[in-house]
Design a protein around this ligand. Structure first.
Ligand code: NI
Length: 180
């Protein structure tokens, strides 16, 4: 962890106490690991969550999981289709129906590919105080809950694509990486 002084010297972001974290990209190993459970619901967790929201908004994403900032933890933040939440130790309790749509990921250069997902889900997780809650979602928000919960289990959306589609996403991502 950085010291407070290091944060202050890091620039104006430190004034709000928040920092933009580096986003881990495919094929980093941490993205393929099952996260450790969140056990300490303390100030350090709250700080991490604040930084993760800041990082997600800066990257113009709708969800961000801890492995995407290099931490093998079962934790994500999301602000998608009117649902803003923090989920520690997420579990999908119910998933039904089917939806079609494009999906992408900040760790794979936002390269989108069609992927079928459940149309409706119920998530159970803990908030930053350790309190359990349930969240129902449909449509894009349901897709996001499934995508972020997958990250906590070391699964990327490209793992759920056909081999052909997966190769297309990987190739486009490699091209983007070369241009940048
Ligand atoms: Ni993602």
């Amino acid at each position: 962890m950085e010291t407070f002084r290091a944060r202050c010297e890091a620039g104006s972001k430190a004034l709000t106490g928040m920092a933009i974290l580096k986003i881990t990209e495919f094929p980093a190993r941490v993205l393929a690991q099952t996260g450790e459970p969140v056990e300490a619901f303390d100030d350090e967790l709250k700080k991490l969550v604040a930084d993760m929201f800041e990082t997600m908004y800066h990257a113009e994403g709708v969800g961000l999981a801890a492995p995407q900032v290099g931490l093998s933890l079962r934790l994500f933040v999301m602000d998608c289709d009117g649902i803003r939440l923090v989920a520690a130790n997420p579990e999908i309790l119910e998933a039904d129906g089917e939806q079609s749509g494009d999906e992408g990921c900040l760790s794979v250069g936002k390269v989108a590919s069609p992927l079928k997902r459940a149309a409706r889900v119920v998530l159970r997780a803990q908030d930053t105080g350790g309190n359990f809650f349930e969240q129902e979602a449909t449509g894009l928000a349901a897709r996001c809950l499934l995508h972020e919960t997958d990250h906590c289990d070391g699964i990327l959306f490209i793992n759920r694509l056909s081999p052909l589609k997966r190769e297309m996403v990987k190739k486009r991502f490699q091209k983007i990486k070369k241009w940048n």
